[in-house]
Design a binder for this molecule. Structure first.
Ligand code: ADP
Ligand code: MG
Length: 226
């Protein structure tokens, strides 16, 4: 079976005088059911790499295969479709609509997949059940704690059954106790078969993943297991 992610010699250079070489020849394989954390300091290329992996940006050079398909030369419209079908995103700052309930926020992720409204509601509720928010499904984000908001965002990321969950500093706005709850949730999703790539600058968070890679000045090195 193809890896979920295969990067070979991926570079990303931002134009300018001088140009910024944000990624220098990154090689990476992520298989189904891997849980990979990528750690690195500010400015090391983490967000650039996550944007490439999430089909929000394209490499300047090198190859990106997602589930065996070369996605480097895809037209924007196909990239957008593929992103919606295959990738769930979780961000540091949740990105929920404040005046929509938890259920409505999750339903919005299914607007483009043409399922009937009643199915969308059922699936949104199932996703909220999975993250332990059954009792908060009619609540507005403005009345929720940070941990609850992040769990709504995780439900939204999961509702289209992505092959890959991409997380950018998912615990960056959470206190220690809430961070543990969210990391326990990721661990459970991983056990259930989800493939997770998480970016963090927090080593304690990274240690919860099965694999840890470090990025520094646009170069990725994986730590030996154990
Ligand atoms: P991190 O997420 O690890 O903080 P980034 O991927 O955001 O790092 O940035 C990596 C490098 O690329 C930094 O030197 C940053 O200044 C530069 N960079 C990021 N985005 C852009 C951009 N749109 N244009 C020019 N330079 C950028
Ligand atoms: Mg960043």
């Amino acid at each position: 079976m193809s890896p979920v992610i295969a990067l070979r010699g991926v570079r990303r250079t931002y134009p300018g005088t001088p140009p910024v070489h944000a990624l220098h020849g990154v090689d990476l394989l992520v298989h189904r059911r891997d849980y990979l954390a990528i750690v690195g300091p500010s400015g090391s290329g983490k967000s650039t790499l996550l944007h490439l992996l999430g089909l929000l940006d394209t490499p300047t050079d090198g190859v990106y295969e997602l589930n065996g398909a070369d996605v480097g030369a895809l037209p924007d419209v196909d990239r957008t479709t593929l992103r919606g079908a295959e990738i769930g995103f979780v961000f540091q700052s949740f990105h929920l609509l404040p005046h929509r309930t938890a259920t409505e926020n999750v339903e919005l992720a299914m607007l483009y997949n043409r399922s009937p409204r009643r199915d969308r509601r059922t699936r949104a509720r199932e996703a909220l059940d999975r993250v332990g928010l059954t009792h908060r499904r009619d609540a507005l984000p403005t009345t929720m704690s940070g941990g609850e908001r992040q769990r709504v965002a995780i439900a939204r990321a999961l509702v289209n059954r992505p092959s890959l969950l991409l997380c950018d500093e998912p615990t960056g706005n959470l206190d220690t106790a809430t961070t543990a709850t969210v990391l326990d949730l990721f661990a459970g999703l991983h056990v259930d078969g989800l493939t997770i790539v998480m970016i963090t600058h927090d080593l304690a968070v990274a240690r919860r993943a099965g694999r840890v890679a470090e990025i520094s000045d646009g170069r990725l090195t994986e730590r030996a297991a154990g």
